[in-house]
Design a protein around this ligand. Structure first.
Ligand code: FES
Length: 104
């Protein structure tokens, strides 16, 4: 099974089990690491903000315009910020490493 690595808001490192075809937000939410995903993945709440580690940034599909617009509403983002609900898990992403964004 492919794994997703995250660093939570307390700086703790976690390795999570994944499921092909799930949104990354759903993986984070269901394993209770601090992501709420309040809008259910509709790109409306930005509670699923994550920062992609630089070595992975170019390996993910480009964000759509609605994702970029929603990210722009956050008080602080990084160049590799993404909404995790807009990233669909594929086992090709094995080892993807994310840091949780600030709570919104
Ligand atoms: S879950 Fe609401 S924008 Fe991602």
């Amino acid at each position: 099974m492919a794994h997703l690595h995250i660093i939570d808001r307390q700086g703790q490192f976690h390795t999570l089990e994944t499921a092909e075809g799930w949104r990354v937000m759903e993986i984070l939410r269901d394993q209770k690491v601090g992501i709420d995903g309040l809008c259910g993945g509709a790109c409306l709440c930005a509670t699923c903000h994550v920062v992609v580690h630089p070595e992975w940034a170019g390996r993910l599909p480009e964000p759509r315009d609605d994702e970029l617009l929603k990210l722009d509403e956050l008080p602080a983002i990084e160049p590799t910020s993404r909404l995790s609900c807009q990233i669909i898990w594929s086992d090709d992403l094995d080892g993807l490493t994310l840091t949780l964004g600030d709570e919104t």
